[in-house]
Design a protein around this ligand. Structure first.
Ligand code: ATP
Length: 283
């Protein structure tokens, strides 16, 4: 699947999100514009409180948009509610940071994955077959289907969360700090899984992270946010290595990638991963 950044799947235009009373509330986003191409991964970085998660929430219909537009595949979805918003869920999915809190502990992995398919009208047998295929794609054993989330490690749970997001074959996945809770080696493996799934399916990602090293590895383009505004948006390598805006440069200095020990650890994690049977697709 190829990436097409000139044919946007998602366009966010001059978006304003205000918490509290409209007109006099707190502006978490004040005029944000970004776009995500088909099969593209766009990173959103910025310090805590800069509005990264709010941008993801707005796209999912979970933040109060005061003005501006969100256009998905040519359709204005800014204020989509009720049944129309629920229909969009097959196209726009989410993976959250917390692999512990985001999975229902009372359901088996098989039921967690099959539920959205059956709710969308798929028969039980077809749903089970799609679930089996998805479990294989995220490299979990088939036996995982009959087990509960608590029986898995953090990295495995995040694989389950990714499988749940992708089982409906969405076109966009909002990833909100999806590897931040994982140790470095597990991070590397989960990032490679994201990359592989994107290459195989052509899904687009909006990838929210505070970690420039993670974003550099997976994102084609990167937006840097500061106090509710995008201060820089461009090629991932360029923004994470030689940013133009002084704020992005400060963020780079403050990031673990500027720390030689963290960088060496990260490199060691990648090398270890390459030696294992997990493929590292070229970017
Ligand atoms: N429901 C809410 N009500 C009021 N203010 C909110 C709400 N959600 C977020 N905010 C505020 O909006 C701003 C942006 O928050 P947001 O979570 O988008 O930032 P972030 O960049 O994702 O930060 P972090 O990396 O810490 O998650 C913050 O100042 C936050 O306190």
């Amino acid at each position: 699947m190829s990436m097409d950044r000139f044919n946007p799947l998602l366009s966010v235009e001059n978006l304003v999100v205000e918490y509290g009373t409209p007109g006099s509330g707190f502006k978490a986003l004040s005029g944000v514009s970004i776009d995500v191409g088909k099969g593209e991964c766009v990173g959103v970085v910025g310090e805590s409180g800069s509005g990264k998660s709010t941008l993801g929430k707005a796209i999912l219909g979970l933040a109060p948009v005061t003005s501006g537009r969100i256009v998905f595949d040519g359709e204005d979805i800014t204020q989509l509610k009720g049944a129309a918003r629920r229909r969009l869920a097959s196209s726009v999915q989410v993976v959250f940071q917390d692999p512990y809190g985001s999975l229902d502990p009372t359901m088996t992995v098989g039921d967690i994955l099959a539920e959205p398919l059956e709710a969308a009208g798929k028969g039980r047998r077809a749903a089970r077959s799609a679930v089996g295929e998805m479990i294989e794609r995220v490299r979990l054993p088939q036996a995982a289907i009959d087990r509960y989330p608590s029986e898995f490690s953090g990295g495995q749970r995040q694989r389950i969360a990714i499988a749940r997001a992708l089982v409906r074959k969405p076109r966009l996945v909002v990833c909100d700090e999806p590897v931040s809770a994982l140790d470095l080696t597990t991070q590397a493996a989960v990032i490679d899984l994201f990359i592989e799934l994107q290459r195989d399916t052509g899904v687009s990602y909006l990838f929210v992270s505070h970690d420039l090293g993670v974003v550099r590895r997976i994102c084609h383009r990167v937006a840097v946010m500061k106090r509710g505004e995008v201060v820089e948006f461009g090629d991932g390598e360029q923004v994470t290595r030689s940013p133009v805006h002084p704020y992005s440069a400060r963020l780079l200095l403050a990031s673990p990638v500027a720390d030689p020990i963290a960088q060496a650890q990260r490199r060691a994690a990648w090398l270890q991963l390459r030696e294992s049977d997990v493929a590292t697709p070229a970017r």
